[in-house]
Design a protein around this ligand. Structure first.
Ligand SMILES: NC(=O)c1ccc[n+]([C@@H]2O[C@H](COP(=O)([O-])OP(=O)(O)OC[C@H]3O[C@@H](n4cnc5c(N)ncnc54)[C@H](OP(=O)(O)O)[C@@H]3O)[C@@H](O)[C@H]2O)c1
Length: 277
C-alpha cells in the first residue's frame, strides 16, 4: 500500500488506461477522483469496483478542456479528500485519423489545442494545492506518435502529443524547486475498447508482430508505469519520458526487408541492396 494517505485525480478515468490506473492507484492505497466526460456508467463502474475492494473513489464529471469545469473538478476532489498529491492527465480526445492533405487548419489546431488545453487546465488547477504541500506528482499520458509517424493520418494527434511532452519538461524544470515532479508516460498501441471498435484486428496483429515482447500493451501495463511515477520510489525522477511499448520501434525493421529472418553472419549481399532499390 505504497500510496496510503495520497490523493489522486485521474482525468478520463472511466475507461481504458485511465480506468486501469484509477483501480491500481486505489489498490495501492490512494483515494481517487475518477473524472469522465459523458460516460457516467463506466466511471461509476470503476468507482464501484474500487469501493468493493475496500478502496475510496468518487466519479466526477468535467470536460477538461473547460477551465471552469476543471476548477470545480479539483474543488470536489479537495472537498472529498482534503488534498491532491497525484495528477494523471490522461483524458483521450480525438481518435479520427486525417492525413495532412485532408486535414484543415481548424481540425489540426483543434487537436493540438484540446490536448494542451486539457493538460494546462488540470495542471493550473492542482498546482496551488501541490505548492502548499511542497510536493506533487504530475503525470502526463502522451503517445509514441509524439516521437514520429506510426499510423497514417496521425499528424494532428502526434503533433499534439509532441507538444505535450515538451510542456511536461518545462513544468519539471519550473516546478522542481517546489518539490513537484512532472513525467510523461508514453504508450504505443494499447488494447482498449475504443481501439477494438476503431482499428481493424489486422492492425493490432501487425503491431504485435513488430513488438519484441510479442503483443500490444494492456491498459494495466501502462497503469503500472503510471503508478511508479506516482510513488515515492520515483521521487528523484522528473522531466522524463517513459515509453511503454514492449520494445516496439527498437529495431529498424523494413530498412532491408529482404534480410529479415536471416542470420547476420550471412552479411548484406548485393542482392539485398538491389531489392531495396
Ligand atoms: N489506446 C491507445 O492505443 C493509446 C496509445 C497511446 C497513447 N494513448 C493515450 O492514453 C490516454 C488514454 O487513452 P485510452 O485509449 O485509454 O482512452 P479511452 O479508452 O478512449 O478513454 C478516454 C477517456 O477520456 C475521457 N475523456 C475524453 N474526452 C474528455 C474530456 N474532454 N474531458 C474529460 N474526460 C474526457 C473519456 O470519458 P468518457 O468515458 O466519459 O467518454 C474516457 O474516460 C490518452 O491520453 C491517449 O492519447 C492511448
Amino acid at each position: 500500500m505504497t500510496l496510503q494517505g495520497k490523493v489522486a485525480l485521474v482525468t478520463g478515468g472511466g475507461r481504458g488506461v485511465g480506468a486501469a490506473t484509477a483501480k491500481l492507484l486505489a489498490a495501492r492505497g490512494a483515494r481517487v477522483g475518477v473524472n469522465y466526460l459523458s460516460n457516467e456508467h463506466a466511471a461509476k463502474a470503476v468507482v464501484a469496483e474500487i469501493i468493493a475492494a475496500s478502496g475510496q473513489a468518487q466519479a466526477i464529471q468535467a470536460d477538461v478542456r473547460d477551465a471552469r469545469q476543471v476548477a470545480q473538478l479539483v474543488a470536489e476532489v479537495v472537498e472529498a479528500y482534503g488534498r491532491i498529491d497525484i495528477l494523471v492527465s490522461n483524458a483521450a480526445m480525438h481518435s479520427v485519423l486525417v492525413p495532412f492533405e485532408q486535414i484543415t487548419w481548424e481540425e489540426f489546431s483543434q487537436r493540438v489545442n484540446d490536448e494542451l488545453c486539457a493538460a494546462f487546465n488540470v495542471t493550473k488547477a492542482v498546482l496551488p494545492m501541490m505548492e502548499r504541500q511542497q510536493c506533487g506528482r504530475l503525470i502526463y499520458i502522451a503517445s509514441e506518435h509524439a516521437r514520429g509517424p506510426a499510423l497514417p493520418g496521425s499528424i494532428g494527434h502526434g503533433t499534439a502529443k509532441a507538444a505535450l511532452v515538451t510542456f511536461a519538461k518545462y513544468l519539471a524544470y519550473e516546478l522542481g524547486p517546489r518539490g513537484i515532479t512532472a513525467n510523461v508516460v508514453s504508450p504505443a498501441m494499447v488494447e482498449t475498447e475504443r481501439n477494438a471498435a476503431f482499428l481493424p484486428e489486422s492492425v493490432k496483429q501487425r503491431v504485435a508482430a513488430s513488438t519484441p515482447l510479442g503483443r500490444v500493451a494492456r491498459p494495466e501495463d501502462v497503469a503500472r508505469v503510471i503508478a511508479f511515477f506516482a510513488d515515492d520510489d520515483s521521487g528523484f525522477m522528473t522531466g522524463t519520458y517513459a515509453p511503454v511499448t514492449g520494445g516496439l520501434g527498437l529495431s529498424r525493421r523494413g530498412i532491408i526487408p529482404s534480410m529479415e529472418g536471416r542470420s547476420h553472419r550471412e552479411g548484406i549481399t548485393e542482392a539485398d541492396m538491389k531489392a531495396e532499390r
